[in-house]
Design a protein around this ligand. Structure first.
Ligand code: PA5
Length: 425
């Protein structure tokens, strides 16, 4: 279950001053009447998702698990961060699972790509290429290389069985290629943008391949949707979170720092940074989303957070029960002086680090919000993903920007294409 404790600057009076705005924006989201309303397919997706496709996803995922050593998820931005963040959060960073999952298509780095291809050369691998447009250059280059590597060591039929494409239902280069080559395909619905697509096949196929309970994840998202839709602002954690963000933005706190105490959640922060950064950062507006993993980053950023330019507030995602735990052993010599906590587990120490840091930062004038999750499982993660997507839409509409476009991203592409000599640029 999810709970939210807002920072001390936010009181009932502030929340209720947003009441009318929140009600009217909520109507806009439900009735699809706001800016970018063609991209609100994710709102009812937890109940409207394609049940036949989900059955096929689970069946194909089992085939991948039974027949391959590695799955390469090839995509960028919204076409990969959801899957990566959920797989790492739920399976950990050193998963012993029989199917290894690696990521490509998110970089031009020759070092990264060459090393990944070398690693795959002697492995039995499958590829899930994910691209709504089918023309994203990072993804297309990696996919071309992966396809050629597969073709160099497999029959045409084996290659076909090793490639799974997630793309638009009818259009785009990847759709065309998949139809010609006969790949298994899944759909990224045309009314759902990349950064709101984690609960579609974009996230669900790689997650199912990782052995994650995708039904539980959709159920968690459905529960979040139901709760958000029926709860008035006074008790609505999701919309209160959006209101808090707006208030901070308008009161000289232009940076939100997402904080976790679990390294395996660092990609959740990356997903959040994309979701909020791309949805809100336009028309010279929006909070800058940053992230940190504590206590690790307390030894690097901690000084700035405590005493530097007072521009940020924190949103901490705190997991109450870890998957696993370790007891600190007793040591006869006690030269490291740790015997005072011998016999305690690391969850206890991590909790005390959280409590001590929260107090230090609040005392230092850094507003801190805490989202509590009882545990990190597929259900809670589905809930969390939906919670943040809905909060993001509310928050962007409070800023009066379109949450579903990203016009600024095109500028670097145009310059790069011109420099690369692409026709028409
Ligand atoms: O959120 C978004 O829309 C973007 O981050 C896209 O997901 C990203 O640019 C990849 O696009 P595509 O799926 O077309 O390859």
């Amino acid at each position: 279950m999810l709970d939210l404790k807002l920072n001390k600057l936010i009181n009932e009076e502030i929340i209720s001053s947003y009441q009318d705005q929140v009600i009217s924006i909520d109507k806009m989201i439900k009735n699809k009447t706001g800016l970018g309303s063609d991209f609100l397919g994710w709102v009812d997706w937890p109940i409207n998702y394609d049940k036949d496709e989900l059955r096929r996803i689970k069946k194909d995922a089992q085939y991948v698990r039974d027949n391959f050593e590695v799955l390469v998820v090839c995509g960028i931005g919204g076409s990969y961060l959801g899957a990566r963040s959920a797989i790492e959060a739920l399976k950990g960073l050193k998963s012993p699972d029989k199917l290894e999952i690696i990521f490509m298509g998110q970089t031009f780095s020759p070092n990264y790509i060459a090393q990944a291809l070398d690693y795959l050369r002697d492995k039995k691998f499958a590829v899930n290429v994910i691209s709504k447009s089918g023309t994203t250059t990072e993804t297309s280059i990696s996919f071309r290389l992966l396809k050629q590597l597969l073709e160099s060591k497999n029959t045409k039929e084996e290659v076909k069985k090793a490639i799974y494409a997630t793309t638009d239902k009818n259009k785009g280069a990847l759709r065309k290629l998949s139809d010609i080559e006969g790949y298994s395909t899944y759909v990224l619905p045309s009314d759902i943008g990349g950064r709101y697509s984690v609960l579609t096949a974009v996230g669900l196929f790689p997650l199912a391949c990782a052995g994650i309970d995708v039904d539980a994840m959709l159920l968690g998202a459905k529960e979040a949707r139901d709760v958000i839709q029926k709860t008035p602002l006074k008790e609505n954690k999701c919309y209160q979170y959006a209101v808090m963000r707006d208030y901070m933005y308008r009161h000289d706190k232009p940076v939100e720092m997402y904080v976790t105490y679990e390294p395996q959640m660092s990609q959740i922060s990356e997903w959040l940074k994309q979701l909020f950064g791309e949805s809100e950062g336009k028309e010279q507006k929006g909070l800058y989303p940053g992230s940190a993993t504590f206590s690790t980053d307390l030894h690097s950023l901690g000084q700035f957070i405590q005493e530097g330019t007072p521009l940020l507030f924190e949103t901490i995602i705190k997991i109450l029960s870890p998957h696993q735990d370790v007891i600190i052993p007793f040591d006869e010599g006690n030269l490291d002086g740790l015997n005072y906590i011998a016999g305690k587990n690391l969850a206890y120490v991590n909790q005390k680090a959280f409590e001590g840091t929260l107090k230090a930062h609040e005392d230092g004038g850094v507003p801190c919000n805490v989202i509590y999750l009882d545990k990190l499982d597929a259900y809670n993660l589905g809930y969390l993903f939906y919670f943040f997507m809905r909060a993001c839409a509310m928050s962007a509409y409070l800023l009066d920007v379109n949450p579903f476009n990203q016009p600024g991203v095109e500028v670097y592409k145009k310059n790069m294409f011109h420099l690369l000599g692409k026709k028409g640029f």
